[in-house]
Design a protein around this ligand. Sequence first.
Ligand code: RP5
Length: 180
Amino acid sequence: TPTPTNPSPAATPGRTDETADPIVGVVMGSDSDWSVMEAAADALAEFDVPFEVEVLSAHRTPERMLAYGKIARERGIRVIIAGAGGAAHLPGMLASVTTLPVVGVPVPLSRLDGLDSLLSIVQMPAGVPVATVSIGGARNAGLLAVKILATSDDALDAKLAAFAEDLAEQVEKKNDALHE
Ligand code: RP5
């Protein structure tokens, strides 16, 4: 059977390291979310996890958003990271049409500092979970996706262990500098 293709190749925020066979979809409600969401892509790139970036709006392009969610798994995607701001329905709506894990990123807008986004994403009804990170926490969303993938990828798991050691070393160095 032919591989299903992404329904949307729409204009996306520029990223040169997207690859042909992505396993993580980094999606957002608007290109205006990109300055926040880029940190998720950066984290995935650090771990050499192939990803794609798409703008999909739950409100402005609802059919395309649903089509993306419905065939994401078939296309080879294993985790979806979805960011949105304000009436942030994108992560939850995607979660409702896919069995894939969805990580939600509340994008802060200027008016309510992202509290609206956080509450819109985190308060999902029982049965349709979205793993919600902190307001603007796109880097952690990328790292959480890496951790999910690492449950069945020993090489990735080893990279995560080295990453955690490095984090600890950085704290130690700062501690040493304090006591110099
Ligand atoms: C949401 O509306 C998007 O996720 C974005 O955070 C917000 C504003 O979008 P723009 O008006 O900047 O396109 O759907």
